[in-house]
Design a protein around this ligand. Structure first.
Ligand code: GUN
Length: 294
């Protein structure tokens, strides 16, 4: 079994980005800029945004985090997003999901200018992705594809089974891997909460991508020997032996499943760091596009 080391792969991507940015600064250009909008007090969202901001700082992306209370009216949040879009020194704007129930995420996400939509969640960029046009694509699916590529795991003609149909992971990764492009061409089955006999599908996967948000959904009996397993889930599980009082586990029961796999991502240290690396990569792409226009 080979561990797909997202942490190391992400670090090498971040090193390349750092060099790109340093060379741009040496040529007299401004640094790239990212604004992260964070609404409410969800501790996981706070941790994600903190990690994104830290990674930006490490590669030389100027970052602002705008934190607003969960009670903010939708209209006010839209105005905040629109104001950041008008700033020429800002290349990327993300709004951390989930948003409070009182806010329609589509209204907020579509207030982002598609050229600054480094999460790839706007209708425009989702539509371009669906049509196979060049665009800013969501970071987690990009991170998964990059990790497969890095470990030279072929996708062409393989059966990829995706569990979970979220807008952030499941739906876009199924789309990307089914397209007729260089690192895709898989036969993709997209399973979700209404799938009957999930095991029937997961057992036939060559590559199994689990993004269901359910702790230990996938056990040894769900996976055939030799499968490549990508675990997108992350759950804090109480553990008194840890300083923090908890440890992280995924949607896959790693201890049971790992011995069966040809490759598997650990949690933490698998998909998570790749998501952040691809967000930075999208921000630098958007930055370079903006410099070319000016
Ligand atoms: N919440 C979970 N994943 C993501 C992501 O990739 N981007 C944003 N903005 N929010 C998320």
């Amino acid at each position: 079994m080979i561990l797909l080391d997202g942490k190391a792969t992400a670090l090498s991507i971040q090193n390349d980005l750092r060099l790109k940015i340093a060379s741009s600064l040496a040529n007299g250009f401004r640094p790239p800029g990212l604004v992260a909008v964070l609404v409410g007090e969800d501790p996981a969202s706070h941790a994600y945004v903190r990690n994104k901001a830290l990674a930006c700082k490490n590669v030389g992306i100027y970052t602002e985090v705008q934190h607003e209370p969960g009670s903010i009216p939708e209209g006010q949040l839209i105005e905040i997003v629109q104001q950041h879009c008008e700033r020429p020194e800002i290349d990327g704007i993300i709004v951390q999901l989930p948003l409070p129930k009182s806010i329609d995420p589509d209204n907020i996400l579509n207030a982002i200018l598609p050229t600054k939509d480094v999460d790839g969640f706007t209708v425009t960029n989702s539509g371009k992705l669906m049509l196979g046009m060049p665009t800013l694509a969501p970071a987690t699916p990009l991170g998964i594809v990059r990790l497969l590529q890095h470990y030279q795991i072929a996708t062409d003609g393989k059966h990829v089974v995706v569990v979970g149909r979220s807008r952030t992971v499941g739906t876009p990764v199924a789309l990307i891997l089914s397209q007729n492009s260089l690192y895709a061409n898989a036969t993709v089955t997209l399973c979700h909460s209404h799938t009957v006999d999930l095991r029937h599908y997961t057992q036939s996967a060559d590559i199994l991508i689990v993004a269901a948000g359910k702790h230990h959904l996938i056990a040894a009996a769900d996976v055939k020997a030799g499968t490549v397993v990508i675990d997108v889930g992350i759950h804090a599980v109480s553990d008194s032996s840890k300083k923090m009082g908890f440890r992280y586990e995924g949607d896959v029961n790693f201890a049971e499943v790992a011995p069966l796999c040809s490759h598997i991502t650990p949690v933490p240290g698998g998909v998570g760091p790749m998501t952040i690396a691809m967000l930075l990569s999208n921000t630098v792409d958007s930055y370079q596009h903006s410099l070319k226009q000016s």
